[in-house]
Ligand binder design. Structure first.
Ligand SMILES: C[S@@+](CC[C@H](N)C(=O)[O-])C[C@H]1O[C@@H](n2cnc3c(N)ncnc32)[C@H](O)[C@@H]1O
Length: 210
């Protein structure tokens, strides 16, 4: 269902806008692909390894837009205190089936409240930022900033070229304008989760409060 019925002239509340992910209707394919990769013993922990290097032991982490829970599961194995949020009901179900006991809530980044924090790290990887609902990027970045603890950071990563169907094209200049407007600053930009140099294909950023 694509339409939200509201009285004429009523602005659509930001939190009820459909995300680009919902418009793509890809959660089944995405979930299946990761289930197959995990069953085949493939490495799906690259993002979590970088996240872990940024953290003291036993840190508090939010996995924002956690999908089927692979990053959360890897960080839990490293002994961190992790909470996952994911608005796609099918992926939440898959996460609970794949990783019994995984702490995942069916929630949207836009619904975060400051008292959900403080977190040492918010992980927002795997194209989450290019699948947000249109026009909600600054609010989402601000909501993640507001749950950071002192010296807390945000790890972000998304495709800069050839984004998946229905994902937006988000240039580094647009992204950096939005994060600045949201009260964040860039601590580091790289091109991969192994910290290769920044490139035009993929963007990895480490952010903190401005
Ligand atoms: C390609 S999946 C990546 C999932 C996971 N981060 C990973 O790397 O495995 C993109 C995810 O962004 C999520 N997403 C999009 N908009 C969101 C929002 N406003 N709040 C939370 N998650 C959102 C989608 O529901 C989807 O699970």
């Amino acid at each position: 269902m694509d339409r939200i019925t509201l009285p004429p002239g009523e602005p659509i509340p930001m939190t009820t806008r459909r995300t680009r992910w919902q418009q793509a209707g890809q959660s089944g394919n995405f979930g299946k692909r990761f289930a197959e990769l995990i069953a085949a013993g493939e490495d799906v922990d690259g993002e979590a390894r970088l996240a872990d290097t940024l953290l003291r032991r036993g840190a508090r982490v939010l996995d924002a837009g956690a999908g089927m829970g692979r990053v959360t599961a890897a960080l839990l194995r490293q002994g961190h205190d992790v909470v996952a949020i994911e608005p796609d009901e099918a992926l939440v179900r898959q996460a609970r089936e794949t990783y019994p006991g995984l702490p995942i809530e069916e929630r949207d980044i836009l619904g975060l409240r400051p008292d959900d924090g403080p977190f040492d790290l918010v992980v927002c990887v795997g194209n989450v930022l290019i699948f947000l609902a249109e026009g909600t990027e600054r609010r989402a970045l601000g909501a993640m900033r507001d749950v950071l603890g002192e010296n807390g950071r945000i790890l972000v990563g998304f495709h800069l070229q050839d984004p998946p169907p229905h994902a937006r094209n988000y240039t580094p200049a647009e992204f950096e304008a939005d994060l600045t407007a949201a009260g964040l600053r860039v601590d580091l930009r790289a091109g991969t989760y192994q910290l290769h140099p920044a490139n035009d294909a993929y963007g990895v950023w480490i952010l903190s409060r401005a």
